[in-house]
Design a protein around this ligand. Structure first.
Ligand code: G3H
Ligand code: 13P
Ligand code: ZN
Length: 332
């Protein structure tokens, strides 16, 4: 058993309380690679922001769970080296789908886990979440649960259509499961294609797709039912058009990619939403920089030559999210 406390990591409890009270949201960035980890830590240190570094099941399969855990431990030490004496870094399991996976993460240094029972029948979701909570709380690890289904692919949990969270269920669900935070479905979804062109309108000036707004009415109803309770938004990449354009200009093919407009995420950050999940925007920033670099520098073959601009581009994006969208800067 390795406690996250030995690694200098923190759980989400205090962090979320401050974020809800302060009207901002904590960035939850997925990471799979060294460059993502470095960019996340540099961005968090430079902006004095708490940060959640999250690992999906897919990331564990790609990079190895043990390596990712040591990278998170390294992130804490790296942040200190960069001049942040008390970094607030959470190592979080994203979309855990079994008790065994959550337990393995808790036993191996994670400070927070998500148990995603959103595809299960309601009572089974409660039972599974409660089982994870009972184990996690013995070690002061915090637990995120999910109620309502996001459209798109959630690792092992896939759904064609979204089912918005039912506000009338949230009190019963959070009380009986004992979860520390709740991911809800109000129209976000995973990936770079959050809406079909048919679901969008076109901006008459630019011709760009304009997605339908998030269901803020549902969010506000949930806030009223659970005052001060930490709410989480998954699928919150904004799919920046300039990165998509760069990818397409330099040989990529991402037609009609569309995300959540940042002004809506800004508005959500001021509410009980205190954790906003971003993965696709990091993938786009990395891919755009690498594609551009390859076209402009056909003779390069040292990975450091193209991973450096990729890392810089991701860092720029992380800083932008922290400062201009979530408002979690200057909180350390
Ligand atoms: O929720 C999905 C995250 O973006 C993680 O994606 O399962 O491909 O690592 P992944
Ligand atoms: P995006 O695909 O919108 O980045 O969402 C990531 C996410 O929700 C991870 O759990
Ligand atoms: Zn997610």
């Amino acid at each position: 058993m390795t406690s996250y406390k030995e690694l200098g990591l923190v759980n989400t409890r205090e962090m979320f309380k401050k974020a809800v009270d302060g009207g901002y949201a904590i960035p939850a960035f997925n990471f799979n690679t060294l460059e993502q980890m470095q960019a996340i830590v540099q961005a968090a240190v430079e902006t004095k922001s708490p940060v959640i570094m999250q690992v999906s099941k897919g990331a564990r399969n790609y990079a190895n769970g043990t390596i990712l855990r040591y990278m998170a431990q390294g992130a804490v030490e790296y942040a200190k080296e960069l001049g942040c004496p008390n970094p607030q870094i959470v190592l979080h399991l994203d979309h855990g789908d079994t008790f065994e996976l959550c337990k393995d993460c808790i036993d191996n240094g994670f400070s927070s886990v998500m148990i995603d029972g959103s595809s299960l029948p309601y009572e089974e979701n409660i039972a599974l979440t409660k089982k994870v909570v009972e184990y996690a709380h013995k070690y002061d690890v915090t637990v995120e649960a999910e109620l309502g289904v996001l459209a798109g692919v959630e690792d092992e949990v896939a759904s064609e259509v979204s089912h918005y969270t039912k506000p009338e269920e949230v009190i019963d669900f959070s009380t009986r499961s004992g979860c520390d935070s709740l991911a809800i479905s109000i129209g976000t979804s995973h990936g770079a294609y959050k809406f079909t062109p048919e679901q969008c309108t076109r901006d008459p000036k630019t011709g760009k797709l304009v997605p339908p707004p998030l269901a803020f009415d549902i969010l506000h109803e949930i806030e009223k039912k659970l005052p001060g309770f930490p709410i989480v938004l998954h699928g919150s990449s904004s799919v920046p058009q300039d990165e998509v354009d760069t990818i397409n200009k330099y040989g990529g093919k991402l037609p009609d990619a569309v995300g959540i407009p940042e002004e809506q995420l800004r508005e959500a950050s001021k509410s009980a939403v205190c954790k906003i999940n971003i993965d696709s925007d990091s993938r786009l920033a990395m891919t755009a920089a690498i594609r551009k670099h390859f076209v402009e520098n056909p003779s390069h073959f040292d990975p450091r030559q193209y991973l450096k601009p990729a890392r810089e581009n991701m860092k720029k994006m992380y800083i932008h999210k922290i400062v201009d969208v979530l408002g979690s800067n200057d909180k350390l």
